[in-house]
Design a protein around this ligand. Structure first.
Ligand SMILES: Cc1ncc(C[n+]2csc(CCOP(=O)(O)OP(=O)(O)O)c2C)c(N)n1
Length: 586
């Protein structure tokens, strides 16, 4: 730290320079007065073409946009906010980033520490620690009159990038990608003055830490598992192709969640034959009784049948973890590093049995829209939700991306995701599986990956994040096509499949509707119109196909009307049909 004058703006400029030098490419900034020094420093960098800047009013939407940008790969995106409640609005995305290991930096402006807890406007003593233990690293910085700490701020910026990226040895609580909080105490003046040096006169940046933003590679250790006939590989969210390689090399069935990234080996042009279609429908059939060992990768939290499998007392669970990742609660062995099998599966029939079972389930799914399987949609709707997911998958090209909301959307996709071209990245906020932030995340993924992106979301997930449709006019042209397919069943369809929709003594359907089904009647088209977002309603397959074939530029919405009660009938009949077919084949 050197003595001498340096303004809030000079410190903010050093901070932004530190981020840039460490590989940050995207800044999401929300308007505010206390954060003005950073706004001007960011404006300067944007003007020089050094950063891509996104402006959002709603800090919750801003943070989910940053989450999507970080999920798209590469360096963390930075979210900049003013002080006070603005900061608390970042919290949902911070939790999601923590649990799904997405790099992200929260840069929150504040008043100097001596004003915290003094009733100074928009200032709280809780801001600096608001995220508790849910950040990998927290750094408080202060501008002190008469002190030039610009080098310290640039160094802190680099440390934040390293910690958010999961680089080891940078004082982060866990060496995994995740959120990092920089709380910035600024003093007046909050805008640049004539005394601030021009950018060309800015001092050279001090040497910065590692800007390596790639996910940490598993350690060098190699573990060899004894091949054993009754093993399956479960690839949860974020598992990656290591799961595919193990399943293929050992000849084991692979149960891959849609956001596992494990449908194909690296470089493969076809989906792995080990990936078992509709695996979750098979876990309630006799073939699953033989499973004695499960190897898990990533975060398998999507379906109850998989959770039940992992909790079966006769099943051994081995989790292949990334550094700092705990694994499922009931795990017999936790391995870090490379895992392979000692020999190929001694019973090749094991894989074949599962492949046949998967093919049978797939046939039933294919007929799910017809009378023959007894799972025809009601008269009120022409399309079943599964068919919508299937058509969305069919429309995807290898250059596209897909983002899927929590609740039924991701579970529908789970049954058809193996039909996506292997190059299509699928993102789901599975860290905490909230229905919030889907639209913001999707825009972030599309912008960060520069890919046309399809989004599958229920109506409540859509409404929850409708504010993310608010993209500043001058940024719209730079957003790739983000086509949001809203499965509108007027409420929470997933609850139709859960206990509250069953017989609950003393309570009837009216209670279910009021507290779980929660019909809202909101006009999705009218909301879209307010945001100048193109919107269409489709009623049949041809209509949906036509829309999927030519998504307009930028954000757009395709609304499909569905019957919520149909969910329960369809789920029961599908499961029943699969069980009956496999029993007949046994
Ligand atoms: C932020 C958040 N709030 C509440 C929930 C609980 N929740 C889970 S699913 C669901 C309903 C979702 O409805 P919708 O998005 O329309 O999808 P559907 O269930 O109809 O498929 C709710 C409220 C949640 N997961 N996340």
């Amino acid at each position: 730290m050197s003595q001498g004058q340096a303004s809030s703006f000079a410190h903010a400029r050093a901070l932004v320079g530190g981020w840039r030098a460490s590989g940050v490419r995207h800044i999401v900034i929300c308007p505010g007065s206390r954060s003005a020094p950073v706004a001007f420093a960011v404006a300067e960098a944007e003007r020089a073409g050094l950063l891509r800047v996104h402006v959002r009013h709603d800090e919750r939407a801003a943070a989910f946009l940053a989450l999507g940008l970080g999920a798209a790969g590469g360096s963390p995106a930075v979210v900049v906010t003013t002080s006070g409640t603005a900061v608390a609005n970042l919290h949902p995305a911070v939790w999601e980033a923590w649990h799904s290991a997405v790099p992200m930096i929260l840069a929150t402006a504040n008043r100097p520490e001596h004003l915290h807890g003094t009733w100074a406007s928009q200032t709280t003593e809780h801001q600096r620690t608001v995220f508790g233990d849910a950040v990998r690293l927290r750094i408080g910085l202060e501008v002190v009159a008469g002190v030039d700490a610009c080098d310290d701020w640039a160094t802190a910026a680099a440390r934040a990038v390293a910690a958010a990226s999961g680089s080891p040895g940078c004082a982060a609580v866990v060496a995994r990608p995740g959120p990092v909080h920089l709380d910035l105490g600024f003093v007046e003046p909050l805008v640049p003055t004539g005394a601030d040096a021009s950018p060309s006169g800015a001092r050279p940046l001090p040497a910065t830490g590692s800007g390596n933003a790639s996910a940490p590679m598993p350690g060098a250790a190699t573990h060899t598992l004894p091949a054993q006939a009754a093993t399956v590989v479960v690839a949860g969210d974020g598992a990656g192709p290591q799961a595919t390689v193990l399943a293929e090399d050992a000849g084991w069935p692979l149960f891959a969640e849609p956001s596992s990234g494990a449908f194909a080996r690296p470089g493969a042009t076809k989906v792995s034959l080990n990936a078992i279609p509709a695996y979750r429908l098979l876990l309630d059939t006799p073939v699953a009784q033989h499973i004695s060992r499960v190897i898990t990768f990533g975060r398998p939290t999507l379906s109850r049948p998989v959770t039940a499998l992992l909790n079966r007392p006769d099943v051994e669970v081995i989790h292949v973890a990334r550094p700092g990742e705990a694994g499922p609660p009931r795990v017999h062995q936790r391995l870090e590093g490379r895992v392979d099998a000692s020999e190929t599966c001694v019973h090749p029939d094991w894989l074949r049995i599962w492949q046949h079972a998967g093919a049978a389930a797939e046939q039933i799914l294919d007929s799910a829209g017809s009378d023959s399987a007894g799972v025809k949609p009601s008269h009120a709707q022409q399309l079943s939700p599964l068919r919508v997911a299937e058509l969305a998958v069919q429309a995807c090209r290898a250059e596209d991306a897909m983002v899927v909301a929590a609740s039924n959307a991701v579970r529908d996709l789970d049954l058809v995701a193996h039909r996506l071209p292997p190059g299509v990245p699928v993102w789901a906020n599975r860290g905490l599986a909230g229905i919030d932030g889907t639209i913001g995340t999707a825009i972030g993924v599309a912008v960060g990956m520069r890919r046309r992106t399809r989004v599958l979301a229920g109506d409540l997930a859509f409404l929850h994040d409708v504010g993310s449709l608010s993209v500043p006019q001058m940024e719209r042209a730079a957003v790739p096509a983000v086509q949001i397919i809203v499965l509108n069943d007027d409420g929470g369809g997933i609850f139709e499949l859960l206990e509250p929709a069953g017989q609950v003594p003393g309570f009837g359907r009216d209670t279910f509707e009021r507290f779980f089904g929660t019909p809202h009647g909101n006009g999705i088209g009218a909301l879209c119109a307010g945001f100048a977002v193109p919107h269409v309603v489709v009623r049949d397959e041809d209509g949906l196909r036509a829309q999927l074939a030519r998504p307009p530029a930028g954000v757009s919405v395709v609304e499909v009307g569905l019957d919520r009660r149909f969910r329960r009938r369809q789920a029961a009949r599908l499961q029943g049909a699969v069980r009956t077919r496999l029993r007949a084949q046994a």
